[in-house]
Design a protein around this ligand. Structure first.
Ligand code: PEP
Ligand code: MG
Length: 568
């Protein structure tokens, strides 16, 4: 079967099917004289389930993912909604349904109402409704077992949980035991199953459709968290092959983990900085765990997305400070709001003729001075807790840099006026992601404190390929000599001006091109925390100066660089 792999790794084990109470409840009508008692039974079950959820939210283990607490609270609030009780009770009183039947009927109705809502956030709540209803059904049935007791037999294979969906509360219960993997019929990469499985580092495949109906307890399964493939009762030969892959992957991970505290130095002694890209404050923890030298890109726009109002100055200050504190003195590069194109505010209905070339990023901020000033004040305030650097996206003109400096000066004056402390010599840098800036980079390199090359956009604008359009995805080519010349030109100009320059686009985390980037003279890479150790491994095996000679000669001739020829 094919699903979506959401946590990497290979799981090999035996099926343990998680009960889906909603699929198994008995439907029967009750005698008219018993309807009141049945309503009472329902009321008690709702309140027991709600109390259980609150208790769980209040006693979360320290290592539980942060999302769990709020999710459990939302679930208990759903159960306390008087409408849920009244309307379900109505079905018992008028149609004489038993409580389980009434509850599944009402739950289905509610889930359907949510499922057709326009707002994506509300649409996603239909999964929550289904999950809380399941929980009450379990209370009504008096059974608390989530998983069957599987005969140990002569097999010591670990168990793979197979479920229709796994609620946050169920996940919490499953955390205690060791499972080899999680497979669900429903869900996507941001589902609860995915979030919790990731925090437990257990391979997971979601969106499998109907695996729960197709397997039985004790069946042997292989789940490939890389490709999303699931093999049911595979032949001994296939099993042997996957056990081999599993062992290779485990030893690769173990070897990489040893690199966490090893320095990122090339064979010829060049020190390389490896930093992390993050989108939410809590991801700073993963950056520290991976041994990052700092945050090279904090995409602050994610604090603004998926909500109806703008985050306040205090809210932003809290978010930035928490990252700065977590990074304990290491540099934290916070990019000012990069909205527009593929990232928009909820409820923003303006449709630009061509959003990628429209009022996005710094253009948007300069056109909305209040929003910009609020963010700058929050950034400056956070700077007292460590080392903050401000990064401006989508710069193409020098006057945008000057306007940004003026905005920062104004924010400083605001803070001075109210006696709020901040770091006076905060570094200001810009993303190099528009070809015009890369071509005419010199004055920028002389004016700014640092540069960061955003190859994701630089490639899109250089090659005229929409980065989100699958029709032209095959032409989106990071190795195009024109793109590499722009990167090389930017790195050389920064070197001459004596300022640091990083690459923070996706190619910085692709270990297949690490040597090529070293050959371009790059000394700072910023990437997803999970990619850091793979890149470090490449760095430590590379000879930077030899690579520079090879890459320069290919670029002079505008030839494609042969990655194979750079390795070894
Ligand atoms: C980039 O453009 O390379 C970049 C890092 O920024 P984003 O992907 O957020 O546009
Ligand atoms: Mg960009």
């Amino acid at each position: 079967m094919q699903g979506q792999g959401v946590v990497k790794g290979y799981a090999i084990g035996r099926v343990a099917i998680m009960s889906a109470a909603a699929l198994e409840v008995a439907h029967y009508r009750i005698a008219p004289e018993d309807v009141q008692t049945e309503c009472e039974r329902l009321k008690n079950a709702l309140s027991t389930a709600s109390v259980e959820l609150q208790a769980m939210a209040g006693a979360l283990p320290d290592d539980a993912p942060r999302e769990l607490g709020p999710l459990l609270t939302v679930h208990s609030l759903l159960l306390e909604d008087p409408m849920l009780f009244q309307q379900t009770c109505e079905l018992i009183l008028t149609r004489h349904y038993n409580a389980e039947w009434a509850l599944t009927t009402q739950g289905q109705l509610l889930a359907e109402q949510f499922a057709i809502m326009e707002d994506e956030y509300l649409r996603e709540r239909s999964a929550d409704i289904r999950q809380v209803i399941e929980r009450v059904l379990r209370v009504l049935s008096g059974s608390t077992a989530l998983l069957p007791e599987i005969e140990a037999g002569d097999s010591s294979d670990p168990l793979i949980v197979v479920a229709r969906d796994i609620s946050p509360a169920d996940m919490l219960r499953l955390r205690g035991a060791r499972f080899a993997g999680f497979l669900t019929d429903l869900g996507g990469p941001t589902s609860h199953t995915a979030i919790v499985a990731r925090s437990m580092n257990v391979p997971a495949v979601v969106g499998l459709g109907h695996i729960r109906m197709l397997v039985r307890d004790g069946d042997t399964l292989i789940a490939d968290g890389f490709t999303g493939a699931v093999l049911i009762n595979p032949s001994p030969l296939v099993l042997q092959e996957y056990r081999r892959r599993q062992a290779v992957y485990a030893s690769e991970r173990a070897e990489l983990a040893l690199l966490r505290d090893a320095p990122a130095i090339t064979l010829d002694g060049i020190q390389i900085k490896l930093e992390a890209n993050i989108e939410l404050p809590e991801e700073a923890v993963a950056a520290m765990q991976a041994g990052a030298d700092g945050i090279g890109l904090f995409r602050s726009e994610f604090l603004f997305m998926g909500r109806r109002d703008l985050p306040t100055e205090d809210e932003q200050y809290e978010a930035y400070s928490s990252v700065v504190k977590t990074m304990a003195g290491r540099p934290v590069t916070i990019r000012t709001l990069d909205l527009g194109a593929d990232k928009t505010l909820d409820g923003d209905v303006t449709v630009a003729t061509n959003p990628a070339l429209g009022l996005r990023a710094i253009r948007y901020c300069l056109a909305n001075p209040e929003i910009f000033a609020t963010q700058l004040r929050a950034l400056l305030r956070a700077s007292v807790h460590g080392h903050v650097r401000i990064l401006i996206p989508m710069i193409s003109h020098m006057h945008e840099v000057h306007a940004t400096r003026l905005a920062i000066d104004a924010a400083c004056r605001d803070l001075d006026a109210s006696g709020v402390p901040y770091e006076r010599n905060i570094s200001l840098g810009a993303m190099v992601e528009i070809p015009a800036m890369a071509i005419a980079i010199e004055p920028f390199a002389e004016t700014l404190d640092f540069l960061s090359i955003g190859t994701n956009d630089l490639i899109q604008y250089t090659l005229a390929i929409d980065r989100g359009d699958s029709e032209v995805a095959d032409l989106y080519d990071p190795m195009h000599p024109a793109v590499l010349r722009l990167i090389a030109h930017t790195i050389n100009a920064a070197e001459r001006a004596g300022i640091p320059v990083a690459v923070c686009g996706e190619i910085a985390g692709d270990s297949r091109v690490t040597r090529m980037l070293l050959g371009l003279g790059l000394k700072e890479f910023s990437m997803h925390p999970q990619q850091l150790l793979d890149v470090k491994k490449e760095v430590r095996q590379a000879h930077s100066n030899a690579l520079r000679v090879k890459v320069a000669s290919a670029l002079n001739r505008a030839e494609r660089i042969d990655l194979e020829a750079l390795s070894g």
